[in-house]
Ligand binder design. Structure first.
Ligand SMILES: [Zn+2]
Length: 380
């Protein structure tokens, strides 16, 4: 294993929120952290320079997509994903499992792994727990995820239980394989997290967490959430898993959330999150601001000289008006998508920065309440 360490630095007295530092070979990450999603080795619309300037500490890349295109071999030959995409800060990769289950055609799951056809050219592939780790090691990722079985929402308790059992068995196999590879010095894999599954059944979540913790992973992810269930149920599942997760290890909830939900996950003891909402919505002209949501296409912004968010420090808000951004959006200009994406990513990163500060200064509950009340709804 490459060197990895997690230290909790402050705790909120009223909730489970905490700040911490993740140390990786590519640098330190202050937590709680939001990780922009760089599916194909790019956070859509943003250069790596822009990401650095916006304050991204760590990004996420998708194993399934990079494995199919350009292929792990190309990336390995180019010196790993960091060098290939010219990003020197940490990278977390998913296992590819989620995309196999959501994108690939003709997938067939067995105890060995999942056989599937590429959504690009129909070619046949097999992803096993060991292969998922090998591919992520070729990419040179800092934090890697084991293959897990993702179920559709809604799933019956029986389906969720089967998937949880298989995920747990695959986790054990992944851990064994990862321990073997970790002896290999320079080509050692990144830090392996366990993934808690269990659908929307609290008891399954608890059992999965308990069994993963027995295997002793360096960190834990909670997966399969925010897939269509009502939000209180998501929080309940996170809380159910969290009860069993050791305090000294980092927790990562995969694929969440809306800005106003970020403090709520943090309050449940979550240290890491990722989500496509800021980038995807940015491209569609939906902006997150400190006063609520803004649909930049609306006619009322046609002659509005103000920035999107007067309290935002992003490059777009320092220089351009709502009227200009609306014009770019209506005209379908790519600069509009770029500026909108940068604003939304900055908003998420800045929110996490303010959450960290509020935890450190003992002001987190008040910050959280105030932030959420201002964010709900649309800009007036
Ligand atoms: Zn902005």
């Amino acid at each position: 294993m490459k060197s990895f360490e997690f230290t909790v630095t402050h705790r909120d007295s009223g909730t489970k929120a905490r700040t911490g530092i993740l140390r990786t070979v590519h640098g330190d990450v202050e937590t709680p952290v939001f990780m922009p999603v760089g599916t194909l080795g790019t956070v859509k619309g943003l250069t790596q320079e822009a990401l650095e300037d916006l304050g991204a500490q760590i990004i996420l890349a998708n194993t399934y997509h990079l494995y199919l295109r350009p292929g792990e071999q190309v990336i390995r030959e180019m010196g790993g994903l960091h060098r290939f995409m010219s990003w020197e800060r940490p990278i977390l990769t998913d296992s590819g499992g989620y995309q196999v289950f959501s994108l690939a055609a003709l997938r067939k799951v067995s105890d060995q792994g999942v056989r599937f056809r590429s959504h690009l050219d129909g070619s046949l592939h097999m992803l096993t727990p060991a292969r998922a780790i090998e591919i992520q090691t070729s990419l040179g990722s800092d934090i890697i995820m084991p293959l897990d079985e993702c179920t559709e929402f809604p799933s019956s308790a029986v389906t969720a239980e089967k998937a949880m059992q298989r995920t747990t068995e695959w986790a054990a196999e992944s851990k064994r394989f990862w321990c073997e590879l970790s002896q290999q010095g320079e080509n050692a894999p990144g830090t392996l997290f366990g993934i808690v599954q269990g659908g929307t059944q609290a008891e399954l979540r608890r059992e999965c967490a308990r069994r993963l913790v027995e295997m002793d992973f360096p960190g834990y992810a909670i997966g399969g959430l925010s897939v269509g269930e009502v939000r209180p149920l998501t929080f309940e599942m996170v809380a159910a898993a969290e009860e069993y997760l050791p305090e000294e290890k980092p927790r990562y909830v995969m694929g969440v959330g809306l800005p106003e939900e970020l403090p709520q996950y943090v309050a449940l003891g979550v240290d890491m999150m990722d989500c496509v909402l800021p980038t995807r919505n940015g491209r569609n002209g939906l902006l997150f601001t400190s006063q609520g949501r803004m649909h930049i296409r609306q006619t009322r912004y046609a002659r509005d000289p103000r920035p999107v968010d007067e309290s935002c420090g992003c490059p777009g808000c320092r220089r351009y008006s709502r009227a200009y951004l609306r014009h770019l959006f209506i005209a379908g200009e790519m600069l509009g998508k770029i500026l909108n994406t940068a604003h939304n990513i900055y908003f998420y990163l800045d929110t996490m920065r303010r959450i960290r500060q509020s935890i450190a200064s003992g002001d987190f509950p008040r910050f959280s309440l105030d932030f959420r009340s201002r964010l709900q709804g649309e800009v007036q």
